[in-house]
Write a protein that binds this ligand. Structure first.
Ligand code: CA
Length: 406
């Protein structure tokens, strides 16, 4: 089970990287595999048969399958800009909040039964649903089998997608869903809560009791499957995800990291307060602080459930958006710290230049790859300390200007 969870996280991580961080050089659009697709597929089919999938399912699912150029393009597409907290959080907008509030009421009896069984608060299930498929309005539109076959054939992440393709065929073989209704994202995330096939295999449940686990059409199955997955990750419905907080003026920003965890009352001792200025709850929740937009943006105290959201999707911004959206459903207000008026987007080229300039000055930022990891962040902090500016380790256009002036 653990292995599967790691694989899911890994896949999400790769997906996040693919979207956020990679350079912008023209990537090859052709698939990398020494065999031609049909030969590969024939070999794969033998393996699938050996693993117990029926001849009939393989025939209907794989006959005539061709690689999908659209999927290859998606897989090879590379972001020009780094992911920004401010832009990311635009998805927690009025439409999504209002719609979610409505649905929370509409599905309240069902959600209560799901909570009683799996221990996940309804508002979080609605938030995942809203962010994964915009409440079921988009499943991604890609036929899952050909998309996964394309990615399993491609050498880049063949091993991972081969596992997903086999899992998808098992789902068909069991009769949970028909081939024509098995729709998902280009990378095979399926249905209302965008489960990849291996997650589905381990965690999807038949909550309406019709004998099929249907995360495309049965809201009972959808909510129970999501809740079952979260519950298996250790979700605690006595706790929330976190909260926006106010940091003391002399705060050491190197403490704002998922790798630093302290009881909430220790942070209170260190001068951290509720965003309103009041004292933090006097509890021992293991808490980390995060400043996803640097020192000019909001600060968050995040608890155990936040880490469980990150097991679902290894993105801090995703986890904040799930938590914040769920807060809005129960009437909590918007995040207090607003976007600075002169906030500029940071391109991957700018990040590379920042890394190169830090290296030139002896701050070891690592290979200038446009990806801010631990090393780059530490190098930025060291440079910021030297320049006597807030050492938040955060990449901005101003930071680059400062480096260019050196
Ligand atoms: Ca069912």
């Amino acid at each position: 089970m653990r292995e599967i969870v790691v694989t899911v996280s890994h896949m999400r991580l790769l997906a996040v990287y693919a979207v956020l961080l990679i350079g912008v050089f023209g990537a090859p659009s052709s698939l990398a595999n020494p065999h031609n697709f049909d030969t590969w597929l024939a070999n794969f089919r033998l393996d699938a048969l050996r693993s117990g999938i029926s001849e009939e399912t393989l025939r209907s699912a794989l006959d005539g399958v061709k690689p999908r150029p659209k999927v290859v393009r998606k897989d090879r597409s590379q972001a020009e800009f780094t992911q920004s907290y401010w832009r990311y959080m635009e998805r927690v907008n009025k439409r999504r909040i209002d719609k979610g509030k409505e649905l929370l009421i509409k599905y309240s009896p069902l959600l209560k039964r799901v909570q009683a069984r799996y221990g996940v608060q309804p508002r979080f299930l609605i938030a995942f649903w809203g962010l994964e498929s915009n409440y079921g309005s988009t499943f991604g539109g890609h036929p899952v089998i050909p998309s996964l076959a394309t990615l399993a054939y491609d050498n880049r992440r063949a091993k991972f997608f081969r596992v997903q393709l086999l899992a998808a065929l098992k789902i068909l073989d069991r009769g949970d869903i028909t081939l024509d209704r098995m729709i998902g994202s280009w990378a095979g995330a399926m249905g209302h809560v965008q489960f990849i096939p291996s997650t589905y295999e381990s965690y999807a449940v038949d909550f309406d009791g019709d004998g099929r686990r249907d995360i495309w059409h049965s809201m009972a199955d959808v909510f129970a499957s999501a809740a079952n997955y979260l519950s298996s990750l250790g979700w605690n419905d006595k706790e929330t995800w976190g909260r926006e907080v106010r940091l003391p003026a002399d705060f050491d920003f190197s403490q704002a990291s998922l790798s630093v965890r302290k009881p909430l009352y220790d942070w209170q001792q260190a001068g951290v307060r509720r965003i309103t200025g009041g004292k933090l709850p006097n509890v021992n929740f293991k808490t980390s602080l995060l400043i996803p937009a640097g020192h000019r943006g909001p600060a968050f105290a995040v608890y155990g459930n936040f880490r469980r959201i990150m097991r679902w999707n290894r993105s801090i911004l995703y986890a904040i958006s799930v938590g914040h959206l769920s807060d809005r459903f129960i009437g909590l207000g918007p995040i207090s710290v607003r976007r600075p008026a002169n906030d500029k987007r940071v391109s991957v080229y700018m990040v590379k230049e920042i890394q190169a300039r830090l290296n030139q000055r002896g701050f070891k930022a690592g290979k200038p790859d446009g990806v801010i990891g631990k090393g780059s962040r530490a190098a930025i902090r060291a440079f910021q300390k030297m320049k006597n500016v807030p050492a938040d380790g955060y990449v901005t256009a101003d930071l680059l200007e400062l480096l260019r002036k050196e």
